[in-house]
Design a protein. Structure first.
Length: 630
């Protein structure tokens, strides 16, 4: 492939302090973790004030970076390349290989940073009430804060080594949080299952990173002056025509094993429902914006590697779309047969992550990322609503058939926020899920994957059906069991979640544990609405579940597609000699290149949607044809 520098005027784009120093964002909660460990138990709020303050600080910095990124995009010509903000420092050198640490901030980083920091803040506030009186209260907030720090570090990572550090930190924290009430053997077993299942996938992350480094390093050093660990370098290399089919396929498959393990995709989905053993705030954060989203984020971050490496030889089908489609249907079917409300939501998360993977496999990068964004709000709201029910109405039980029913009369705020989030999850117009999930299905169909489009439609119908069932069993009909005022140790029968009552497992005295945690009033007063520390986060999340879809309301016209304008890579199509996967031969293709520096040439229209022949990965964009420019 020839490298040709086109003559073009340079456009100086604005950045700003928040963008240039976004690497500080994960450091803030990491420092708070240390403060909680050393001083938490001596503080008036037992360390939770450090956690909340750190997440507010991370949110302020993330929003500041987001504002400056929007200014950067708005100040550029329509088809100009929006260069990411990349800063690196050499951490150490080993065998002549420099290992660096730094930041890689672009539209994808910005949206995930804001989502993680925002939901982490609400979950921490919610937890002050939900975990009030817990004997490991300080330990919980330390682990929760470090958990968020791990995800934030992964999002800002400049290279794969730094990304792996954040990835593994989340795995460690999830083990501690899922097993928070370890006195119950079921909780300990669930934590171990989650840890070892995701570790199985993590072997793929290490193998894939190593394979890609040794395959790409020479090219990235000579062409871009960056290491083969560099996220920017790997993306550029994948599209350069240089990779051997063996190297990029082995590397992509190994990394995808890690992605399906972390994001609970078939066949490594079995750990995710068991992760409900942790306190409900953990379930909310884990399922909405942190750990399970990490696998999808990995695919989106180095998208060219997966798109070039995962195509099934002799066809236009990318293996990612197959795994996503299978996961959608299997998880939705399993959600139908659950009686535990949290497990219904857990399988729902698995299914929705399948939509994101299916979108990425079809080349619908933007709709998949937008679904990460909208899904975070309504899924966090649903889990926190389930926690509100267990906390104030069902004596810590999550069994919809035995201990719920008729709760809409007692918990109007929880009921209202649940309904809004359920409609968003089901993709009902005009709620947010309609504008993200349905856009994935639309893109998949337009790209020519008709069978997978029908799978997506089937999954949407199944989603509406199992959420209708869960809503009816929880909020309608006559109150049953604990919801009817029958105080019993149903949580012991469940075994999967002590839910503020873990002392009952240690002391074998449920009522004493309730008194110790300040929940004895529940027995005498029956179901009632939760307090403001629980309901206010629910209202905020439900509001976003209703309105966040308008950021990319494609059916309303291009003036409503701000998310696409601000987040999707643009002006980055490159002319390369690539591989025509359908014919098994070499040919000319134009593909989106998320990180490599390019300069514009003649105009070309990739069409409205993602194509199936490798011509254009990004949907709904008019691109220029580009040639490489270092």
């Amino acid at each position: 492939m020839s490298v040709v520098a086109a003559e073009t005027a340079e456009v100086v784009l604005s950045s700003g302090w928040f963008l240039e120093n976004a690497f500080i964002i994960p450091i803030i909660p990491a420092v708070a973790f240390a403060l909680i460990i050393f001083f938490g138990k001596r503080m008036p709020m037992k360390g939770s004030e450090f956690g909340i303050a750190s997440m507010v600080g991370a949110l302020v910095m993330s929003v500041g970076a987001g504002y400056q990124w929007i200014q950067r995009v708005n100040g550029a010509p329509e088809e100009a390349y929006i260069e990411p903000i990349i800063r690196t420092w050499t951490w150490w050198q080993n065998g002549g290989i420099p290992l660096g640490i730094g930041q890689h901030i672009d539209g994808l980083s910005i949206v995930i940073l804001i989502v993680v920091a925002f939901i982490s803040t609400l979950v921490q506030i919610y937890s002050t009430e939900y975990l009030h009186g817990d004997r490991r209260y300080t330990h919980f907030f330390a682990s929760l804060t470090l958990f968020s720090a791990g995800m934030l570090n992964m999002v800002v990572a400049e290279n794969m080594i730094q990304l792996i550090l954040g990835w593994e930190l989340m795995g460690l924290c999830s083990f501690m949080l899922i097993g928070h009430w370890w006195e119950d053997g079921a909780n300990s077993r669930a934590a171990l299952k989650a840890f070892f299942t995701t570790r199985t996938g993590d072997i793929g992350l290490l193998v894939g990173t190593s394979v890609l480094y040794f395959a790409a390093n020479d090219w990235t050093q000579k062409t871009l002056g960056v290491s083969g660990f560099s996220i920017r370098g790997l993306s550029a290399w994948a599209l350069s025509g240089e990779p051997s089919s063996t190297a990029i396929t082995v590397g992509a498959v190994a990394l995808f094993i890690a992605a399906i393990g972390k994001s609970g995709q078939f066949p490594l989905h079995t750990w995710l429902p068991d992760a409900m053993a942790g306190p409900t705030p953990v379930s909310s954060l884990l399922h909405s914006s942190t750990m399970v989203v990490a696998g999808v984020f990995l695919v989106a971050r180095i998208f060219p590697v997966f798109y070039e490496g995962m195509n099934i030889y002799g066809s236009n089908v990318n293996f990612i779309i197959v795994i996503g489609a299978i996961t959608i249907v299997i998880a939705a079917a399993l959600a139908f047969v659950q009686t535990d409300i949290k497990k219904v939501l857990a399988y729902s998360t698995v299914s929705q992550l399948g939509y994101m993977m299916m979108g990425l496999g079809a080349g619908a990068w933007l709709p998949a990322v937008f679904h990460i964004f909208t899904h975070a709000f309504f899924k966090a709201c649903l889990f926190l609503a389930a926690g509100s029910i267990s906390h104030s109405a069902s004596h810590h039980s999550f069994d919809m058939k035995k201990d719920m029913g008729g709760l809409r009369k007692f918990m109007p705020i929880t009921f209202g926020t649940w309904i809004v989030s359920t409609l968003a999850l089901a993709g009902v117009f005009p709620f947010s899920g309609f504008f993200s999930k349905d856009e994935i299905i639309d893109n998949v169909g337009y790209a020519g994957y008709t069978i997978f489009m029908w799978v997506g439609l089937l999954g949407a119908f199944m989603t509406a059906a199992y959420m209708t069932r869960a809503t009816y069993l929880t909020f309608f009909g006559a109150p049953r069991g604990a919801a009817a005022g029958e105080h019993h140790d149903e949580h012991d029968a469940h075994g999967h979640d002590a839910h503020d009552d873990h002392d009952a497992h240690a002391n074998h005295d449920a009522h004493a544990a309730h008194d110790a945690h300040g929940h004895d009033a529940h027995a005498s007063h029956g179901p009632r609405e939760s307090g403001p520390l629980i309901t206010i986060p629910l209202i905020i999340l439900a509001t976003l579940a209703m309105g966040s879809g308008l950021l990319n309301a494609v059916p309303f016209g291009s003036e409503w597609e701000n998310f696409k304008k601000w987040i999707e890579p643009r002006g980055q199509v490159v002319s390369v000699t690539g591989i025509d996967h359908s014919a098994g031969s070499h040919g000319e293709s134009r593909v989106i290149q998320p990180e490599a520096r390019v300069t514009p040439g003649s105009e070309s229209d990739c069409g409205k949607k993602a194509s199936t022949d490798g011509v254009c990965y990004a949907p709904q964009l008019k691109h220029a044809k580009f040639k490489w420019s270092k």
